[in-house]
Design a protein around this ligand. Structure first.
Ligand code: AMP
Length: 318
């Protein structure tokens, strides 16, 4: 695995590979890697000749009171994990490389950037779009891999790629969870054992929404009420937002006919956690008794019955 800190050398390595006809897939990360990140790497490896990963804790996407300074970092461990996954190129630039003094250009996706996390974390998404646009320009990947776990980020990036005619295909990968349902996140290390248990209310609430929706409940207000009740039962957990929105526009939906994104952000102690599930379009949600078996698979929170039309849901999820 080649490790680059300099933009020029990363760019040159990518160009040489591309000139030799190799397809490059990029997995942007902030490090402190876990199985969620590795699932993106594996998806890239399955589709591309060469996998490039970036590790960059991007200051531009952190607010002044957020956890930039204490964000978990373990570069050596990350390198070992990526090496074991067959990653060819690792780009780990310094802040000065990415944002030299005087840099003043940002990429801002109007509208979408102010919704969900963008509403609570002003400026967060323009930090994300700016750094991802820069990474795309440096690497020029054919495919770039992102987690469905950050569903709002995915919507904003898709819009950026469309609006700016970027020559890259975004691949959305399903959320990877612990066996008990907790979505993997680099920030989970902040949780005490007690808080880790409390944090399970996020996946529990989403699981309940999936069950209700699968049973035919189609009123977003009712589903949100059930979500909030489950989270409210954990007194130490505060809801930052719980919304049912269109996965592309992030606007609230009034019915579930075309499917929807159920997105939650909560604070557990000082740790902010997000999670979401995609509800498939209504007409895809026909249930037989036989289908009501517990199952766990990508996109499905543990403990919730499997959707009978797996292939359809997988397409929707990705
Ligand atoms: P981060 O390092 O948190 O910026 O995440 C880098 C990429 O990994 C983003 O595209 C995330 O959506 C993705 N990711 C983070 N957690 C998970 C997870 N539990 N499952 C799948 N992808 C994830």
């Amino acid at each position: 695995m080649q490790i680059f800190e300099q933009i020029a050398s990363m760019r040159q390595a990518c160009r040489e590979l591309q000139q030799r006809g190799k397809t490059v897939g990029l997995v942007p990360t902030m490090g402190a890697l876990h199985d969620g990140h590795l699932s993106l790497v594996r998806a890239a490896r399955a589709q591309c000749d060469v996998v490039a990963v970036s590790i960059f804790v991007n200051p531009l996407q952190f607010g002044p009171k957020e956890d930039l300074a204490k964000y978990p970092r373990d570069f050596e461990r990350d390198c070992r994990m990526l090496l074991a996954e067959g990653v060819s190129l690792l780009f780990a630039p310094t802040v000065e490389q990415m944002y030299p003094p005087g840099a003043s250009t940002v990429v801002h996706v109007e509208g979408l950037s102010d919704k969900l996390d963008g509403k609570l974390r002003p400026g967060h998404f323009h930090g994300v779009t700016t750094v991802v646009a820069k990474l795309f320009e440096i690497v020029r990947p054919r495919f770039a891999y992102f987690g469905q776990k950050d569903a709002a980020q995915l919507a904003v990036l898709r819009k950026m790629v469309r609006d700016l005619n970027m020559d890259v295909e975004l691949v959305a990968c399903p959320t990877i969870r612990e066996a008990d349902g907790l979505a993997l996140s680099s920030r989970n290390v902040y949780l005490s054992p007690e808080q880790r248990k409390q944090a399970l209310c996020l996946s529990r609430a989403l699981s309940r929404v999936q069950t209700l929706a699968a049973a035919g409940e189609h009123r977003p207000a009712t589903l949100l009420c059930a979500t909030r009740q489950i989270i409210a039962a954990e007194l130490a957990v505060n809801v930052d937002y719980a919304e049912i929105v269109d996965p592309d526009t992030l606007d609230p939906v009034h019915d579930l006919q075309r499917g929807a994104l159920v997105a939650i952000a909560c604070t557990v102690g000082a740790t902010r956690l997000i999670d979401n599930v995609l509800l498939p379009p209504m007409k895809a949600r026909h249930w037989s008794k036989a289908a009501r078996q517990p199952a766990t698979r990508p996109g499905q929170v543990p403990g919730v019955a499997a959707h009978p039309d797996e292939r359809r849901l997988t397409r929707w999820t990705q």
